[in-house]
Each structure stands twice: as C-alpha cells, then as structure tokens.
Design a protein around this ligand. Structure first.
Ligand SMILES: [Zn+2]
Length: 228
C-alpha cells in the first residue's frame, strides 16, 4: 500500500473540510500491475450531522489499463480538522440462499461450512462448483446422521461409499430423499448426465432431508428428556 493524503469536503452550508491520511491500493484488481491509482471520484461527509465516524469511498483509475475500481474506508474524525482512516477489505459477495434447521449443525458440524461455500459459488454463477458442493453436503449429512443419531461406527462409516451408507438408512423417507439428491448430485459431478433433474431439484430434496434429520434429532432429544 502506498500512502496518499486526500481531503474530504463537507456538503453543508458551512463548507468545512477535514484532512487525513488514507492508504491507496498499490495493485490494480484488473491487470494486477503495481500502480499508484488515480483518484477520479470521492464522496463527502455530512458535517451538519456531525457524526464522529464516516464511511469514505474512492473511485480509482488504473494508470496502466485505465479500468476503474473502488475502495472504501472507515473514517474517524478527530477533535479539530483531521481524521484517521482504516481501509475496509470486506466486499459484499452475491450469495444464494439455502436455509436449513439449526439441529443439523449439531449433528453435522461441517454441513454449514460446505453449504456456505456452495451458496457463495452458486451466487457467483459457478454452477458446476455449486453442484459438487451440494453433493458433498449430502455425503457429510448422511454419514453424520448414521454416526450421531444411529450409532454407526465412525471409522467404518467414514470409509464407506455414500451409496452404501444410504442403503443403511432405515427410515424410507430419509433414504429416498438422500438417494434422489445424490443421483442428481452425481450428475452434477460426472461427465455424463443420467437424469432429467437439475440443481434446484437436488436442493429441494436436500432441504427436505435436513428437515427430516432435524425432526428425528428433536424426537430423540424429547425422548431423552421424558425418560429421565
Ligand atoms: Zn490495471
């Protein structure tokens, strides 16, 4: 990062300004050249509101490829006419949604992480990766369901193929949903497609699967509670 001093001007009637140091990015996110970007736009703070903190934004231009990008900062005003700044490195990522009951996280701790990465990929339009991600989430959920709720041996279950694990599920509704979601998931993972269903169908079956697994977990918890 190279340091660069800029001024933010007030947009109230008093025409005040504050001055502080901000760090400009030194690499172009488009062409990856090492650069000192040109500032072609900035926002201004509302002095009238007299807030202590303010989110500053710069519109920048790469001197090499001429493409534009932006950078945001948390700005904190000092007592007089100065400010300090902290670059904001978080960016909003388009995300699709896949909601499921909380009980699933207690049975399958990795499920949430896999789903989070998968919905990120899906939101970015990476549908091939999303298909693989949902397929992986089914495998983790089915195996942890057998291990945590059905007392299957962890080591043996972890090594088994998913198809064999699905055969071990006694509840025919859970078994059917897991099987259907996996068939579509395999289509998403392999070179050739064998079924005329898509990723939305897989998500529908997977969602129903999470509901039934969570239902069973709640019933087990209720049984334990009433038997004690
Ligand atoms: Zn560039």
């Amino acid at each position: 990062m190279s340091k660069h001093i800029i001024k933010f001007s007030a947009h109230n009637t008093q025409n005040n300004s504050r001055t502080g140091t901000i760090e400009l990015p030194n690499e172009c996110p488009w062409c990856y050249s090492k650069i000192s970007p040109k500032i072609i736009g900035k926002n201004s703070y509302d002095y009238f509101v007299d807030k202590e903190t303010f989110q500053g934004a710069l519109l920048l231009e790469c001197p090499n490829c001429k493409n534009h990008f932006h950078k945001s900062y948390d700005i904190k005003f000092g007592k007089y006419s100065d400010f300090t700044s902290q670059p904001i490195d978080k960016f909003p990522v388009p995300q699709s949604k896949f909601e499921y009951p909380n009980e699933v996280d207690t049975i399958c701790p990795e499920f949430g992480k896999i789903i989070s990465q998968t919905t990120h990929a899906e939101g970015l339009g990476l549908d091939h990766l999303a298909g693989i991600g949902y397929r992986k989430s089914i495998e983790f959920l089915v195996k942890d369901y057998l291990i945590e709720l059905k007392s299957f041996d962890r080591t043996k279950t972890e090594k088994k193929l998913l198809g064999q694990c699905i055969q071990d599920i006694e509840d025919s509704r859970i078994q059917t949903l897991a099987k259907a979601a996996t068939w579509i998931g395999n289509d998403e993972t392999h070179y050739t497609r064998r079924h005329d269903k898509n990723i939305d169908d897989m998500k529908r079956f997977l969602h129903a699967l999470t509901l039934l697994v969570s239902l069973e977990k709640s019933v087990i918890d209720a049984k334990e509670f009433t038997n004690n």
